[in-house]
Unconditional design. Structure first.
Length: 135
């Protein structure tokens, strides 16, 4: 026999890794994720599918909720990846113009770039801009 029921994500009793993911999310995160899941799975999900999604799609969940990655989501770091990279570059280059850093992050960086690569890419980008100004 198959029984279908409707319940909120907040009331879903996840297990194992799905529970770990669910437990790290705020009430607001759960509401937002539930809205996304309703759009992504209009026909619904089984309890196993939902638990597996929570367990194995952490990067996707972090992206849907605006975290820079799953680690940031678990750490409760609500900075988006753009905010993270802006802060990183402002710390590494304190004399650099904040607008220039923001332009670089928004135009040149994606969400799965390592911190080291962001710093190195910013150095190269600045050098290229300086060369263009010299011409």
């Amino acid at each position: 026999m198959i029984v279908h029921c409707e319940l909120s994500l907040e009331n879903f009793e996840a297990w194992s890794g799905g529970k770990d993911t669910k437990d790290c999310l705020s009430h607001s995160d759960l509401e937002t994720l539930e809205q996304h899941l309703t759009e992504l799975y209009p026909d619904g999900m089984t309890d196993s599918e939902l638990n597996d999604f929570l367990w194995f799609e952490r990067d996707m969940i972090a992206d849907l909720l605006g975290y820079r990655n799953a680690d940031a989501m678990f750490d409760g770091d609500s900075n988006s990846w753009e905010e993270h990279y802006n802060e990183l570059l402002q710390e590494e280059f304190p004399s650099e113009d904040e607008d220039m850093i923001a332009e670089f992050v928004s135009e040149e960086i994606s969400d799965n770039t390592s911190d080291t690569d962001v710093v190195n890419d910013f150095k190269k980008w600045r050098e290229e801009l300086e060369e263009e100004d010299e011409d």
